[in-house]
Design a protein around this ligand. Sequence first.
Ligand code: FES
Length: 105
Amino acid sequence: MTLVPCIDQLKSIQFELYKITPSSPLKVTLCLGSSCHSRGNRRHVETLRRLSAEGDLEFELTGSLCLGRCSEGPLALFDGVAFPIGPDCDIAALVREHLAARVPS
Ligand code: FES
């Protein structure tokens, strides 16, 4: 009989947890109110549409009316959580980061 140290068992369990993938695609919502639209989300929409068409990343893109936080815009929601993303952000990189950070629901 071989005894397995507890730390090795924990590593094994952690490895298995990391293999679980979320069952639904990442939901990305861009605020398309006039302020966010003119301050960067117009370009971000085009970038994400192109990224979605390429099919490399799995996410669901929607738009929203003004979220009432115009001074922080442009805003994006990732799985329903709002982030001020700035006009010059790399939106594709943000989507990749959020996909990588997702935990199973
Ligand atoms: S236009 Fe986006 S929060 Fe108002």
